[in-house]
Design a protein around this ligand. Structure first.
Ligand code: SF4
Length: 295
């Protein structure tokens, strides 16, 4: 008869085996991508298609974005890393409380997203190539994790949205300059030209301080330091993101309704953090408000 120690050992062994297998698969995908990317200009059409097949397009069965697909960037991209480095000296920078970076222990998604960012920021794919991508839902979030790494990444995202115009996209970004430049290079220069199937969601970089919307932004998404300040923002006209499930809010960030009003809509969410972090943020926030009033 097996004793409980043996049963536990066997479960641990199984887990270790699963982990090893998962790591071997990820390593194979990363090595394949690296070998193709190394070819640079001598990449063949078949190489480019193989790279596209390495992209991770997720379908979320549960959680906040249940029934939504996502094409994620990576919190390890240069843009995100710079933002987190700056956050070390500024408690109001939202990147210092990045849920995705804190989830680094989820090795599989961490590495798949890193690969996504590497591929999408290195090669500008054609519309013919991108229309072969299978997106397994009628709504798709760009960047549930990570951000736009560079202009090439943003152009690929815009082309994916164009070639999948039957899907509604919520396109999240902090990297406004990269998206702005990508829009210009893709020939989109005014609000009337913006794709109808995309809602442009600009995340405010500072906690409790709504960003000035870029010309193409439909929604400014701001995270507030406390419940009270979140409720004040909602009372002042912000739409409430309860942060639990997009389906219960009617997918506000996916139907570009704000664009029809001619100005960006504000969405407010309360920051999830611990008490010590909240106290530090509030101190910086109150100092900012006091300085602003006396300026
Ligand atoms: S406002 Fe609604 S659609 Fe947007 S992130 Fe929050 S729950 Fe999701």
């Amino acid at each position: 008869m097996k004793n409980s120690k043996n049963v536990n050992m066997s479960a641990a062994d199984k887990n270790a085996q699963r982990l090893e297998k998962m790591r071997a698969t990820l390593q194979r995908l990363e090595d394949t991508a690296a070998q193709i990317l190394e070819k640079g200009d001598s990449m063949t059409p078949a190489d480019r298609m193989q790279l596209l097949q390495l992209l991770n397009i997720a379908y979320h069965k549960t959680g906040k974005i249940q029934d939504i697909a996502s094409i994620d960037g990576s919190v390890t991209c240069g843009f995100c890393e710079k933002m987190r480095a700056c956050a070390a000296n500024n408690p109001l920078l939202i990147c210092g409380y990045c849920y995705a970076a804190a989830d680094a222990y989820k090795e599989a998604s961490w590495r798949r997203h890193k690969l996504n960012a590497r591929i999408l920021s290195s090669v500008l794919f054609t519309e013919e190539e991108l229309k072969t991508l299978a997106i397994p839902a009628m709504r798709c979030r760009i960047n549930e994790d990570g951000d736009i790494a560079n202009v090439t990444h943003a152009r690929n995202v815009l082309r994916i949205q164009k070639t999948h115009d039957y899907i509604k996209f919520g396109f999240w970004y902090k990297n406004v300059p990269a998206v702005n430049e990508a829009l210009r290079l893709e020939g989109i220069t005014c609000r009337a030209d913006l794709p109808q199937n995309v809602t442009f969601v600009q995340s405010s970089v500072l906690i409790g301080i709504p960003a000035a919307p870029a010309w193409f932004t439909d929604i400014v998404f701001t995270v507030w330091p406390t419940e009270e300040l979140t409720l004040q923002a909602i009372a002042a006209g912000s739409y409430e993101c309860n942060g639990r499930k997009c389906m219960t809010c009617g997918f506000n960030c996916y139907h570009a309704a704000a664009r029809r009003t001619g100005k960006a809509q504000h969405v407010a969410e309360c920051l999830r953090c611990n008490a010590a972090q909240r106290a530090r943020i509030l101190e910086a926030y109150n100092a900012y408000i006091t300085n602003k009033r006396s300026a």
